[in-house]
Write a protein that binds this ligand. Structure first.
Ligand code: FES
Length: 299
């Protein structure tokens, strides 16, 4: 828990589509943060804990950045808060940091980020770039109006300005209103197919963060090409304490089915070990729980 300072909201930006970006005072977290980690936020003293991935941080300023989609009770509560207000508590950083390996200089690490997957992808790609890797970001949004962080003077644009030719950015929109029409899997498949013909930058690994169906599609696509793929399962965590069991992931290791907790063993899991057929139906349950929680809180 932050003992040094109350986690005051110092900036808030409405990113559209019910998504808000918060800069929050949390010097202890900001100093210790690593890519891929998350914090547990208690919006109000009588509220519910919610895990939120660190989208950015500034150790010198003592602040962290959280991007929140108003979907459940706690997240809607957070998105109603304003600059100057403080959360009841912020604990972290939690979760295992991303493993960053240095790859061949002609290869590329592909990040597939669906919608709200972009904020958690951002620190991971920044760390790959800082480590010396080439990165290809394939972002996916439903439409142009819902896009964020990809403009020239925004986070991804600033990374491009800084790292120049070591970062390729491909934008996709489901409705074709910007960039490549369709899903993140389109450009990824093109790249993998090019590799098969001995063309293009070889894909060293893929990181996927987004809606579960998208992550499965990316995982299934990479498997036949034998390209390692990591799925970050932050979005399925409920309390992130290891107690509620909501983040259980069926994983096959050495031929046996084991259960992992995204909040303890992850959030990153080798996507090719996940038993997606067993895993995906769980999301219906979460949605129901979320709805029940919202009904109970009169939303
Ligand atoms: Fe509850 Fe992991 S989120 S046990």
């Amino acid at each position: 828990e932050e003992a040094a300072a109350a986690p005051v909201i110092v900036a808030k930006t409405d990113l559209g589509g019910g998504i808000c970006e918060f800069t929050v005072r949390a010097p202890v977290v900001a100093r210790a943060a690593r890519a891929g980690q998350f914090v547990r936020v208690l919006p109000r003293p009588d509220g519910e804990l919610i895990p939120l991935t660190l989208a950015d941080w500034d150790a010198d300023a003592g602040t962290i950045v959280l991007v929140v989609q108003g979907m459940g009770t706690s997240s809607l509560e957070i998105n109603e808060m304003s600059v100057g207000e403080a959360f009841a508590g912020v604990a972290g950083p939690l979760g295992r940091p991303s493993e960053i390996h240095l790859h061949d200089e002609d290869s590329t690490v592909v990040m597939t980020a669906g919608g709200l997957g972009l904020p958690p992808v951002y620190p991971i790609m920044r760390e790959h770039l800082a480590a010396g890797n080439h990165v290809t970001l394939i972002s996916g949004f439903r439409s142009r109006e819902l896009m964020f962080w990809t403009g020239e003077d925004e986070r991804v644009g600033r990374l491009q300005a800084r790292w120049g030719d070591r970062l390729d950015v491909v934008c996709t929109t489901n409705d074709g209103s910007f960039g490549v029409p369709g899903f993140v899997t389109g450009p990824l498949e093109e790249l993998l197919e090019a590799n098969r013909r001995g063309e293009g930058r070889p894909v060293a690994e893929v990181v996927t963060i987004g809606p579960p169906l998208m992550m499965r599609a990316v995982s299934d696509l990479t498997a036949p090409y034998a390209v390692p793929c990591v799925a970050s399962l932050n979005s399925i965590m409920v309390d992130a304490t290891g107690m509620c069991g909501a983040c259980m992931v069926p994983v096959v290791e050495g031929g046996t089915l084991v259960r992992k907790h995204a909040c303890i063993d992850g959030p990153e899991i080798d996507s090719h070990t996940i038993d997606w057929d067993k895993f995906l139906p769980r999301f219906r349950l979460f949605k129901d729980q979320e709805r029940a929680s919202m009904v109970a809180h009169g939303r």
